[in-house]
Design a protein around this ligand. Structure first.
Ligand SMILES: *[C@@H]1O[C@H](CO)[C@@H](O)[C@H](O)[C@H]1NC(C)=O
Ligand SMILES: *[C@@H]1O[C@H](CO)[C@@H](O)[C@H](O)[C@H]1NC(C)=O
Length: 502
């Protein structure tokens, strides 16, 4: 999750007239969304997909990324005109990517195939790995990896290829995969490069104060399954947070130069960051059109009321990757628990969310017709559905055709960060890739979705102390909850009744 990811919608807002009415979000009343907060991106955000993608060149993480597990890493991938590529993955011990543990050098070849039939707007690719090597940056890092390998049979075979603690040479590169070594170590370590099999490129203009806008190019690669055991088989249908072109990235970006200059022997240590308390009060919106695996396009908008610990969310669903053709909107509301620091994911806060009310608005004829045909007791009771008209589905315990069940509880993981411009970003837990819901503590996420941005004018939680309270890292128990979206239409098509989010 790029720290410096500066969502263009919000850049526009940031740079727009500062008429901020100070935070109207407190209180338990109904949301009065500012128009720009309601539809953060669709119409006016001119991001353009580049089709077919042009991979050539260097691509980098813009901040510390978190993968399910959790794993903390940064990436620097270079694609050559010959279709060869060289990828560095730098892994860390800490959630700020300051203490490198080990790094991977991955070489291979990638070939773009065709437009994806599953994920609209994506291109499918084939790849082949020639060589994978690992460098340990400390003794401890070596022990961590071999300790993990020692737990399985295949892992023990692989561990024999790594040095013993005594024989380890700092700086040495050990082969995990090569023509000679075979590929057994990759699986044993849970490594795959399936992310290369789904690709999307996007370009947009980042407005600059007092200067011409600059282009930013993003490379979206396939998502990583949230269940470790599924990683080897899973073929991506969604994306990770994007890499950016090392030549055309957002500015400022303190991490970009460091990542771009790094190599497998010199991993980047990212600049120190302030640990921010989780202050959820205010309204948070998607910075862009989001894609979920399995495959939905949506934008989210949330309001958290710290005093009453209640929340409301709107999930706008679309049928296209630019989020221009709406299909339906879900309004959901409920309460959330006091937060507690996560033991598993340092720097994150655990919360429990409850969804007790929901409304549905069909936004196209297809969805309205589908709801018209559904059993009235499964979604909203008797009465017709028409495009653009909201109906309350609380009394029917949700809306099964859309995968909404009430009441519903979710175990969440949240964190707040600032990007390089000081904009607040809210990260909410990634939904399980299998489409299920994190409805037990064991299923609580260990990684995040794309961040939400705080609406202008909400920079202060009216019910809380100022944001930069030094020395406070423990959350005050506000939690938010946004997350993602349900599995709606697809679930329907497959005849499965499904789960969702908040
Ligand atoms: C892994 O297992 C081998 C052989 O059983 C042992 O020598 C080694 O110390 C173990 N390594 C770790 C880190 O547990
Ligand atoms: C849903 O049913 C109502 C009443 O029967 C009808 O007026 C409306 O056109 C239907 N909508 C769709 C999209 O079929």
């Amino acid at each position: 999750m790029p720290v410096a990811m500066l969502p263009y919608a919000c850049v526009l807002v940031l740079l727009g007239a500062r008429t901020a009415e100070a935070a109207g979000a407190a209180g338990g009343g109904r949301l009065r969304w500012e128009p720009r907060c309601q539809h953060p991106l669709p119409d006016r955000v001119p991001g353009t997909a580049i089709l077919p993608p042009r991979l050539d060149g260097p691509w980098i993480s813009t901040g510390c990324e978190v993968r399910p597990g959790p794993e903390f890493l940064t990436r620097s991938y270079t694609f050559y005109p010959s279709r060869l590529f060289r990828a560095y993955q730098f892994y860390y011990r800490d959630p700020f990517c300051r203490e490198p543990a080990h790094s991977l050098l991955i070489k291979g070849k990638v070939r773009l195939r065709r437009a994806s039939w599953v994920t609209r707007g994506a291109t499918e690719a084939d790849y082949h790995l020639h060589k994978v090597g690992i460098v340990f940056h400390s003794h401890q890092a070596l022990l961590d990896v071999t300790g993990r390998l020692n737990k399985t049979r295949a892992g023990q075979d692989c561990a024999r290829r790594l040095p013993s603690a005594r024989a380890w040479l700092p700086g040495a590169l050990y082969e995990l995969l090569s023509a000679r070594a075979g590929g057994g170590c990759m699986a044993a370590l849970g490594l795959t490069m399936h992310e290369l099999s789904l690709v999307r490129m996007q370009r947009y203009l980042q407005p600059q104060p007092e200067a011409a806008s600059r282009p930013v190019e993003e490379l979206y690669l396939g998502d990583i399954h949230t269940d470790w055991a599924e990683r080897q088989q899973y073929r991506p249908t969604g994306y990770q947070s994007p890499l950016q072109s090392a030549l055309h990235h957002v500015r400022p970006c303190p991490a970009c130069g460091l990542v771009a200059r790094a190599d497998v022997h010199h991993p980047p240590a990212l600049p120190a960051r302030l640990a921010l308390p989780l202050r959820l009060g205010g309204r948070w919106v998607s910075a862009r059109c989001e894609v979920r695996p399995a495959v939905l396009f949506l934008t989210r908008a949330f309001a958290f009321h710290a005093r009453s610990r209640s929340w409301e969310g709107r999930y706008h669903h679309f049928s296209d990757p630019a989020c221009r053709q709406p299909t339906f909107t879900v309004f959901a509301a409920g309460r959330y628990s006091r937060g507690a620091p996560s033991a598993r994911v340092r720097g994150a806060t655990e919360l429990v969310f409850e969804v007790t009310r929901a409304h549905v608005t069909p936004m196209d004829r297809g969805t309205a017709a589908m709801l018209n045909l559904s059993e009235p007791s499964s979604c909203g009771g008797p009465g017709a559905w028409t495009v653009g008209t909201e109906r309350d589905v609380t009394a029917t315990n949700g809306c099964l055709p859309l995968g909404i069940r009430l009441p519903h509880v979710e175990y969440e993981l949240f964190k707040v960060e600032h990007d390089a411009l000081g904009q607040s970003l809210l990260f909410i837990g990634q939904r399980p890739t299998d489409g299920s819901s994190p409805d037990t503590p064991e299923k609580r996420p260990t990684s995040y979705q794309a961040p939400l941005v705080l609406c202008r004018g909400d920079a202060r939680d009216p019910s809380g102390p100022p944001r930069h309270e030094p020395g406070r890292t423990a959350p005050r128990g506000r939690g938010p909850d946004p997350r993602a979206a349900p599995l709606p239409l697809l679930a329907l098509v497959l005849g499965a009744a499904f789960l969702w989010w908040p």
